[in-house]
Design a protein around this ligand. Structure first.
Ligand SMILES: NC(=O)c1ccc[n+]([C@@H]2O[C@H](COP(=O)([O-])OP(=O)(O)OC[C@H]3O[C@@H](n4cnc5c(N)ncnc54)[C@H](OP(=O)(O)O)[C@@H]3O)[C@@H](O)[C@H]2O)c1
Length: 332
């Protein structure tokens, strides 16, 4: 089968595309004929060797996938041949990746794909959707009527947070780097959309939240948090989510933080158990069914161009080139 894989860590061009042996589904696994996969920033960190995770070469890259079950291993109870499925969390902790024509995936990481959802959409919403759901509901315990702030509302995580928070009855403030991306954030339902380069941004936020006491949930999707500023914009008992920038060691505004009864929750989606992630997936599927979940696909590549897809992701997440809105999807 054709696959995108690496035999060493490094720059995007270390990704090869070629034939590897077809996997066989082991106990509890299903074999998925892959219809679409999506790129996430963590794929680029793994490929670069920037995260300590076990990699055995040749290493098939990729966390997210959507496709159709073509065979089941022993003991599989959730799926049968012909079922459409989506999932995430592959290529982590020694698991095989998804960037191939076929992937053997343990059924605990897979969910049914809604009938009307395309495989490209299901793959595009996988890791970012589960991340947004975990952050908003498991960690921040978002309540209807609260105010959520998220940076980068046209990005993978940001666009998911907007849609999920709006679906839960929250008011959403977000930022984006161009007029086109700001318009996209409005289409997702954001109530206040700001240019993150605007010097008057914080004054606009203060004016918007003035009669509500501040922001209740700050979902920080940037790798460089501005904690002094964030804490000053929060409402009493607000929750701040930390989920990006593993290298950063910012100063912490201890005094202003505790006098507002704020809390700070760090999380990485890959630490969540299969049951916790399934709860998120069920919520995401229910949102799709009621027309409230539309994963944003910014660019589609053939799987053979996985190296170019990684370069584009890296250009945007790490180098902030601003040339992407939404997710990169690849089709085998
Ligand atoms: N902890 C976890 O479980 C977890 C899960 C998923 C992702 N992450 C991390 O979360 C981060 C975001 O992931 P992603 O998939 O959303 O990446 P992404 O799709 O590349 O989005 C990055 C966003 O950042 C925005 N941005 C750039 N500079 C900005 C600035 N100065 N102010 C405000 N926004 C700015 C960009 O906006 P424009 O395009 O408008 O310029 C873009 O929307 C990554 O670091 C990733 O590793 C963590």
């Amino acid at each position: 089968m054709k696959a995108a894989y690496i035999t060493e860590t490094g720059v995007p061009s270390v990704i090869k595309y070629g034939d590897l042996p077809q996997p066989q589904p082991g106990a509890g696994e299903v074999l998925v004929k892959v219809g679409a996969v999506a790129v996430n920033p963590i794929d680029t960190y793994l490929r670069a060797g920037a995260i300590a995770m076990p990699l055995s070469f040749p290493f098939i890259i990729g966390c997210d996938l959507a496709g159709t079950v073509t065979a089941v291993g022993t003991g599989v109870t959730r799926f049968k041949v012909g079922d459409r499925v989506w999932g995430s969390n592959q290529s982590l902790f020694g698991r095989r990746g998804t960037f191939a024509e076929l992937a053997a995936v343990h059924e605990q990481w897979l969910y049914p794909t809604p009938t009307k959802e395309s495989e490209a959409e299901a793959a595009a919403g996988a890791l970012v959707g589960i991340t947004a759901h975990l952050g908003l509901f498991q960690f921040a315990k978002l309540q209807p009527g609260e105010i959520v702030f998220v940076n980068g509302g046209a990005g993978g995580v940001g666009s998911s947070v907007i849609q999920m928070a709006k679906g839960a009855g929250a008011t959403v403030i977000t930022t984006a780097g161009s007029a086109e991306k700001q318009e996209l954030c409005r289409r997702f339902g954001a109530d206040l959309v700001l240019d993150y380069r605007s010097p008057g941004m914080d004054d606009e936020i203060r004016k918007f939240v003035a009669d509500r006491g501040g922001i209740n949930v700050w979902f920080e999707s940037l790798r460089e948090p501005t904690l002094d500023r964030t804490v000053s914009l929060m409402a009493p008992r607000g929750r701040i989510l930390a989920m990006a920038g593993r290298q950063v060691r910012p100063e912490f505004p201890w005094g202003p933080f505790y006098v507002k009864d704020l809390s700070l929750h760090g999380f990485a989606m890959f630490n969540a158990s299969p049951d916790e992630q399934r709860e998120c997936a069920n919520g995401i599927n229910a949102m799709f069914d009621r027309g409230a979940w539309q994963p944003q696909i910014g660019k589609t590549f053939p799987l053979s161009e996985a190296a170019a897809a990684h370069q584009l992701q890296q250009d945007n997440t790490l180098d902030k080139k601003g040339t992407l809105h939404g997710k990169i999807v690849l089709v085998p």
